[in-house]
Design a protein around this ligand. Structure first.
Ligand SMILES: [Zn+2]
Length: 467
């Protein structure tokens, strides 16, 4: 694809006026979408995910897409049906590129309701922020695409030459189980030159970011066995260490005394370009003032370019029901974040090897690999990345930054695999205080408006460029 290196953004003033005059309407539509509790986890009412797909379909027609479908794919050995995705298309004029706009309409569960200061499924405006589950992640992504498309269509009319495919997934927070099959089944409908994934974070309030690297993930379960059954801690305690104590010693071996990962064979990527200030990290993470940061090198490196290991679950008796018993077995689930350039299979092998070589007084320690997600990194000199950075600058009037993301978006690896020729641009609608996945999730509205304009600028620019 050939994009002129000199971006003109000729339609900027009219697009900006259009996005602005429509902004309250956009927020109204976002509010309607937030009202649907579309949690795609099996324990929840999945008919709500169908409802939110229907709502997205209705909105896609409303902003001017002519072809809109709700599609599903299956997954797994029993061909389980995946959650409904919405795909809407506007064909490219001959010689013009096609842009795929991705977001997801499913949301995380609300967690502890008591921690919410507003009703999670009632979008509530306080000052410059809109609170609600999915108000940012990722229903704001859905609305950013819809509003950008609508503004571009209104302003450019017949000069809207770029092709646009809207792809709104319905199971991202549930791990996208049918995603690979979905891409393969609908490959022809989804093929694009540029893919915009509006599901990440900006750098700070007022500073846009293009996410150019993502860590991968490898999670697994560690099991410890010390005896064939549980026994009385008074009768046998002393010579027999309980399985939880052995587990704690095992888990402690995963980090060194500085808190850096101590498992050999996990890759470190080059140092990132931006500086993440310790003060910002402390404020964003809520870490106690007295707690030292773990690891070495810059904070950005520790977050995006180095591996990290967290213990995310343990099977131990609860404190309330504890009895004087020596446990024969213990289980823990660990999650390993992997630097760009890593391979999850290699990481699982490194963990297995680490545990095999551990001195745990002969206790049986086993490791089972659970999930894997590939890391991602993009070339910022690509035409698409250059266009995105220029559009951010034009919209915010501030220099954008390229950042990594400590989290993983496993489906990005699938997109890379199925569409190797496409530029994948991960853009932000969140900011560090959005609290996606937590109580009191919120969207910062001034940046949301700028994100819509930036995307409209990109669509307009791609309409001026030939393929
Ligand atoms: Zn998301």
């Amino acid at each position: 694809m050939n994009i002129s290196p000199e971006f003109q953004f000729r339609a900027k003033d009219t697009l900006e006026a259009e996005v602005r005059s429509n902004f309250e309407h956009t927020l109204q539509r976002l509010t309607e979408l937030v009202a649907i509790p579309s949690v795609a986890w099996e324990a929840y009412d999945l008919s709500q995910v169908e409802r939110s797909a229907e709502k997205v379909k209705e909105l896609a027609f409303a902003v001017g897409f002519e072809q809109v479908e709700i599609l599903t794919a299956t997954y797994g050995p029993e061909n389980t049906a995946g959650m409904p995705a919405v795909v809407a298309r506007k064909e490219a004029a001959p010689g013009h590129p096609t842009i795929l706009l991705y977001a997801h309409h499913d949301v995380q569960p609300v967690g502890n309701l008591k921690e919410w200061q507003t009703a999670p499924f009632v979008a509530t405006r306080k000052g410059d922020r809109l609170f609600g589950r999915g108000a940012a992640d990722d229903k704001a992504g859905v609305l950013a695409h819809l509003a950008a498309f609508e503004a571009t269509r209104t302003v450019l009319g017949d000069d809207f030459k770029a092709g646009v495919t809207l792809f709104i997934e319905g199971e991202e927070e549930a791990g996208s189980p049918s995603f690979t099959n979905f891409l393969n089944t609908y490959r022809d409908k989804l093929a694009a030159d540029v893919i915009i994934v509006a599901d990440s974070s900006n750098w700070q309030v007022g500073v846009p970011a293009l996410t150019t690297s993502l860590r991968g993930v490898a999670s697994g379960t560690i099991s410890v066995r010390v005896a064939d059954h549980n026994v009385h801690s008074g009768v046998f305690g002393g010579p027999l260490l309980d399985a939880h104590t052995v587990m704690v010693r095992t888990l402690a071996s995963l980090h060194n005394s500085q808190g850096s990962v101590a498992v050999e064979g996990l890759i470190h990527a080059p140092e990132p370009e931006v500086e993440y200030l310790e003060a910002n990290f402390r404020a964003d993470s809520g870490i106690l003032d007295s707690v030292e940061l773990a690891g070495t090198d810059s904070i950005a490196s520790r977050l995006w370019a180095q591996p990290a290991i967290s213990i995310i679950g343990m099977d131990v008796p609860s404190v309330e029901t504890a009895s004087n018993t020596i446990a024969a077995t213990s289980r823990a689930k660990i999650s390993v974040r992997l630097a760009p350039g890593s391979d999850p299979a290699q990481a699982h092998a490194a963990l297995e090897n680490h545990l095999k070589n551990l001195d745990v007084m002969g206790a049986k320690v086993t490791y089972t690999a659970d999930d894997s997600g590939q890391p991602f990194s993009t070339d910022t000199s690509s035409a698409g990345a250059q266009l995105a950075l220029a559009a951010f600058k034009e919209s915010w009037q501030v220099d954008p930054v390229t950042t990594g993301l400590g989290g993983s978006i496993p489906f990005i690896a699938d997109l890379t695999e199925v569409f190797p020729g496409a530029d994948i641009l991960i853009t932000g609608i969140e900011d560090p205080d959005t609290r996606a996945h937590s109580a009191n999730e919120s969207l910062y509205l001034p940046d949301f408006e700028k994100a819509i304009l930036a995307e409209a600028l990109m669509l307009a620019e791609l309409s001026a460029s030939a393929q």
